[in-house]
Write a protein that binds this ligand. Structure first.
Ligand SMILES: Nc1nc2c(ncn2[C@@H]2O[C@H](COP(=O)(O)OP(=O)(O)OP(=O)(O)O)[C@@H](O)[C@H]2O)c(=O)[nH]1
Ligand SMILES: [Mg+2]
Length: 358
């Protein structure tokens, strides 16, 4: 569906412009006088604005006569399930509205999303889909626009299933990420929560870390075992030794995603513990550009989930969506708080979408 605003000196003039561009029976969505506070024509005369949409039914009939494939294309835009990959978005973008033809409310959504640091191309994708999916009579309703944008975000945000799983045993969770993003704090929170809710045996393992003070402290409080390993072989031995434990939490040394030699060293460790969940810990306060470089290059080993920390300190949450949309990696947990035993929750797509839209 194509919607466009037409401005002219008189209604008749605007209607004739609309008909020449959109055919004999366009759908009129809105009309208004542009008054003194708004813009005026060159000579100062008042203007009228008409927002019109192409009459899709008319277009389909016309296309049916023309070619079958054209009809399929239109049916896909209006009725088809929207595909989840980015190419389908550019399809909508190309065939539907251009940004400067968006209704005013869409421009407001675009600004809000950009303020939240949603990358502009993703904001355009969300709005393009929203326009394509709303019925014509729904287009003027801001509440429905919000609901639709949220729905589209929710479809895009994949959630790591194990964090909601009822089967809470036999998990080996590895936490990888840059220095200071909150790996130890996150392990402390999850270990405490697991211990309190299940009472199961827990082991905290630190790789190549000579200061495990924080882990030791939390282990004493919750009654967990702690081990420090300095070689992949040691890691395998420790893991075997504690194979009866229900949860093994492993902290890796802080690493930048550009530091290939350190990543290779971590990979050696990962090779000795197949079937582990590898969580990439990301600080939600990291600026959009920096967070991108973290996932720009494919890592040397698979990342199973993204885990966001420090949401309590972030002033915008769009970066979460950017990373999720770009990487297509599911999100496991969202943490927000310095406390060692609180403020961590399994992620839901709904929560992330609300964080951005609020
Ligand atoms: N506000 C807030 N602070 C956090 C959060 N998670 C961690 N921190 C703080 O961030 C700092 C670093 O946390 P750590 O857990 O030590 O980070 P790390 O990734 O283990 O750091 P290294 O082991 O040195 O790589 C500490 O001051 C934490 O209190 C969070 O969710 N919110
Ligand atoms: Mg640490």
């Amino acid at each position: 569906m194509r919607i466009k605003s037409f401005i002219a000196s008189t209604i008749q003039e605007a209607l004739s412009k609309i008909k020449s561009e959109m055919g004999e029976s366009p759908i009129i969505l809105d009309t208004r006088n542009i008054n003194d506070e708004d813009i005026k024509g060159k000579t100062g005369q008042s203007l009228v604005e008409i927002v019109a949409a192409e009459n899709f039914a008319e277009k389909v009939c016309y296309k049916e006569k023309d070619s079958d494939s054209g009809c399929d294309e239109n049916r896909e835009i209006n009725n088809g399930e929207v595909d989840n990959d980015e190419e389908s978005f550019s399809f909508h973008q190309e065939t539907d509205l251009l940004d400067d033809e968006w209704p005013e409310t869409c421009k407001e959504w675009y600004s809000l999303l950009c303020e939240q640091q949603v990358e502009s191309r993703y904001a355009k994708i969300l709005i393009g889909e929203m326009l394509a999916e709303l019925e014509i009579e729904e287009l003027g309703r801001k509440d429905l626009q919000r609901q639709k944008i949220k729905e589209i975000m929710v479809r895009r945000i994949k959630i790591f299933p194990s964090c909601h799983s009822k089967d809470k045993t036999n998990r080996t969770m590895v936490f990888i990420g840059a220095t200071g993003v909150g790996k130890t704090t996150t392990i402390s929170k999850l270990a405490t929560e697991t211990r309190l809710s299940s009472g199961n045996e827990i082991v905290l393992i630190s790789i190549e870390d000579d200061c495990v003070e924080k882990l030791n402290k939390i282990a004493r409080v919750i009654g967990a075992a702690v081990a420090v390993v300095t070689t992949p072989q040691e890691l395998r031995l420790v893991k075997d030794e504690f194979r009866g434990s229900s949860h093994i939490f492993i902290e890796t040394p802080g690493v930048s995603c550009k530091d290939n030699s350190k990543l290779l060293a971590i990979k050696e460790y990962m090779n000795t513990i197949p079937n582990s969940e590898i969580h990439l810990v990301l600080d939600a306060t990291t600026r959009l550009k920096d967070i991108h470089t973290l996932i720009e290059e494919p890592l040397l080993f698979p990342i199973h989930s993204l885990l966001f920390t420090k949401v309590d300190e972030a002033d915008a949450y769009g970066a979460l969506l950017n990373v999720v949309m770009k990487s297509k990696i599911p999100v496991s947990y969202i943490a927000g708080g310095k406390g060692l035993s609180e403020d961590i929750n399994p992620a839901t797509a709904n929560t992330i979408a609300e964080m951005i839209l609020n």
